[in-house]
Design a protein around this ligand. Structure first.
Ligand code: MN
Length: 498
């Protein structure tokens, strides 16, 4: 598995010295109690670190710049315990470049009816102070997440946790490097895009490498290493010969094992975490990488077929965001293939010619060797399975010429009604919200691609927050979508995102 940093999030409490040292002692003590409680909740995926109370412009500026420079800091959580005059925050906010969460909470949960006096009110005035602070962040046009509620509330904890995954996606986005072993498939529009603008907006580095440089790495893999990996495959997966000669079958599988080892070494040497291939541009490789790509995706690499670098980067991004998530169900490159249009059973059969990530698999995984029907290479080995049931999101990042748009569709994955024994590829089957017809109509009106980055483990809100922070447009398609509403939203967005 590709490794990510062990991020920490700084908890910065705002106040001022108007109410005396005793009040400031209480503010610090309360903030420490909240931080301890957040860390002990077991809900947050990353540690929260208490920072000394911020009461002056100089300290705020210094703290925010330290956060910028600390590679382990994934973002800052701010909270105004008392009143913190917001002009003190301008310079710090101006120079701050990491994700920002405004936790609008309060130390006490209930009004202390019997004892409340003006001292208590002055000390515990988040309702007041957080509005002053929120005003300046809005006035400065800074993207941030606002979460309101008591810090011990399970829903608040869940929302902070969700934001932390988004924050890591924001910080890690600029470390994504995509290796293009092939250009975009000839004449295809939706997988094209402006790579320079993608680097400006998302920080992605997208560079081409001659496919034969990878092929040379693949050819250089030692036979012993290939044999050992083939043995691992044969232990881990079912072998579905389907009439093929066992030795011939194994030789085809070994080609993929060799590609997996060689390609991974190449990717490490060039420091890339996402890959695109093209069945028509394989140089001296014997097979289209299939099983090899599936295994690399499982290890955390992003992938896009036919030169689709935008989806490759998105898959990698979502792999990073969900890394280490408890109970994660999987993230994969997917393609909308064919429909079931029987009333009450409507859905899209999702697959690709080979490359579906086994993290989404439900139950047994098998290896098959089948002709590809495209290109001119050996029959490639591939992993075949069906996907888990449950809720997920399909995302498509498209380049509209003047801007990027992220389309997010909530989908419900289910088992296809019957097995499809003649289909030699892994599949998922889902019904888009709000229905197949409205979901598909909306997707098409929004200009969404046939390729998607799919996950069970992130929400539309998390990906939309990512897009907001990146300064791009988001189009949500979910249970509340109507065609009339969506068309208006697209019109308004065309004005907002000139
Ligand atoms: Mn494709």
């Amino acid at each position: 598995m590709l490794e990510c940093k062990n991020y920490k999030f700084w908890f910065c409490t705002g106040s001022q010295d108007l109410y005396g040292d005793e009040c400031l002692e209480h503010v610090a003590a309360h903030a420490k109690i909240i931080v301890d409680s957040l860390n002990q909740s077991g809900v947050l995926p990353y540690e929260v670190v208490w920072k000394p109370t911020l009461i002056t412009s100089a300290l705020i500026r210094k703290t925010f710049n330290e956060a910028n420079l600390d590679p382990e800091c994934g973002g800052i959580i701010t909270w105004m315990h008392t009143f913190s005059p917001a002009k003190s925050w301008i310079l710090g906010l101006q120079e701050y470049r990491k994700p920002l969460l405004h936790l609008h909470t309060q130390f006490n949960r209930e009004l202390p009816y019997d004892t409340i006096d003006m001292d208590f009110m002055n000390e515990n005035q988040s309702a007041h102070g957080d509005r002053e602070y929120g005003h300046i962040v809005s006035r400065m046009g800074i993207e941030r997440k606002v979460v309101a509620g008591h810090w011990s509330d399970p829903q608040v904890l869940e929302r902070i946790a969700a934001w932390m995954y988004t924050a890591v996606g924001l910080v890690e986005s600029s470390h994504i490097r995509v290796a293009r072993f092939a250009d975009n498939m000839r004449n295809v529009a939706v997988t094209e895009g402006d790579k320079v603008e993608a680097q400006v907006k998302f920080g992605w580095e997208i560079d081409a490498y001659p496919v034969n440089e990878v092929a040379a790495y693949v050819e250089a893999v030692a036979k012993g290493d290939v044999d050992a990996l083939v043995e691992e495959y044969y232990k881990k997966y079912n072998i579905l010969l389907e009439g093929r000669d066992p030795e011939e079958f194994k030789r085809h599988v070994a080609v993929q094992a060799q590609i997996e080892i060689g390609m991974e070494k190449f990717l490490k040497d060039v420091d890339c975490q996402a890959i695109v291939t093209h069945f028509g541009d394989l140089g001296s490789m014997k097979q289209l990488p299939g099983l090899a790509i599936q295994r690399l995706m499982e290890k955390g690499y992003g992938f896009g077929g036919e030169g689709d670098w935008k989806t490759a980067a998105m898959v990698r991004l979502m792999k990073i965001m969900t890394q280490g998530m408890k109970g994660a169900k999987g993230t994969s490159f997917m393609e909308d293939y064919t429909y079931n249009l029987i009333p009450g059973k409507e859905g899209i059969l999702e697959s690709h010619m080979l490359e579906v990530c086994p993290t989404i698999a439900d139950g047994d995984i098998s290896i098959k060797v089948n002709p590809l029907s495209m290109g001119d290479r050996e029959d490639p080995a591939r992993l075949v399975f069906t996907a888990k049931e449950g809720h997920g999101i399909a995302t498509s990042l498209v380049d509209l010429g003047t801007r990027f748009r992220l389309i997010i569709n909530d989908v419900e994955c289910r088992k296809a009604e019957k097995p499809m024994p003649k289909l030699p590829v892994a599949t998922n089957f889902w019904t888009p919200e709000p229905s197949l017809a409205t979901g598909a109509e909306s997707w098409i009106l929004a200009g969404g691609a046939h390729h998607t980055a799919f996950t069970y483990d992130l929400t539309a809100e998390q990906m939309g927050d990512w897009a907001d922070a990146m300064g791009i447009e988001t189009v949500y398609i979910d249970k509340n979508t109507t065609i009339r509403g969506l068309k208006n939203e697209l019109r308004w967005n065309a004005v907002a995102f000139r």
